[in-house]
Design a protein around this ligand. Sequence first.
Ligand code: ADP
Ligand code: ADP
Length: 234
Amino acid sequence: RSFVEIDDVSMRYGGAEGTLALRHTSMRIAKGEFVAVVGPSGCGKSTLMRLVTGLWPCSAGSVIVAGKEVAGPLSIAGMAFQAPTMLPWRTILQNVMLPLEVVEPHRRRLRGERSMYEEKARKLLALVGLAGFEEKTPHQLSGGMQQRASLCRALIHDPQLLMLDEPFGALDVFTREELWEQMAEVCRILKPTVILVTHDLKEAVFLADRVLIMSARPGRIIAERTVPFERPRS
Ligand code: ADP
Ligand code: ADP
């Protein structure tokens, strides 16, 4: 069976009279696959991310990840968003290690293996060009650099599922394309299952194995393309 199974999911915010954000949406994602979900603003992409990671329950339908129905925040997911949202009083290294402290099964692992995780955080930071910045605080770094650090944070606990909600959206075009290449490299090495939400088709084609296209609100998947040519990560 597929690693992620989204079956006929609908989502309405705020009761029967509320906004229908997603209607009858289904998708299957294989383990290790990189899928991009593309669509106009307001079509329900962020909603889809919240349902898959268990931050909201769906109004109808079901989401199954790794063989289990999602019924609450998913500890095997790593997440990155459009804004880096770093804790300003912590160093970059401490920010990257944050998921280990707040997500229960990882908290226990952290106690015995702090130095191993610290090593891992340093490696991830080096992969995205941030070696030497570990002890800086977020405001000492540019927006693009913080965004890179937030991708490392999403990966620190070896998430089986990586959820990326427009993490490159706020960057200038040069920083963005450089970060795509670093992301492709990271995925080539760690091989997580990835769902990337974006409204940038070029980005989707660059990074993903498969691109799902959503209609305008209320959204549903209306088309699907397998990316046909060689990319850096293959
Ligand atoms: P996208 O990420 O594609 O821009 P969203 O999932 O954020 O789309 O939003 C889909 C629809 O649901 C929009 O009409 C939006 O206004 C509505 N919506 C999103 N979040 C909420 C919320 N917490 N409460 C009520 N409506 C919401
Ligand atoms: P932006 O987010 O502004 O587009 P980038 O993330 O592309 O910037 O960073 C550009 C380069 O500028 C970085 O690789 C880094 O070498 C340098 N840089 C930016 N801010 C700082 C800083 N606070 N300290 C040291 N170097 C910095």
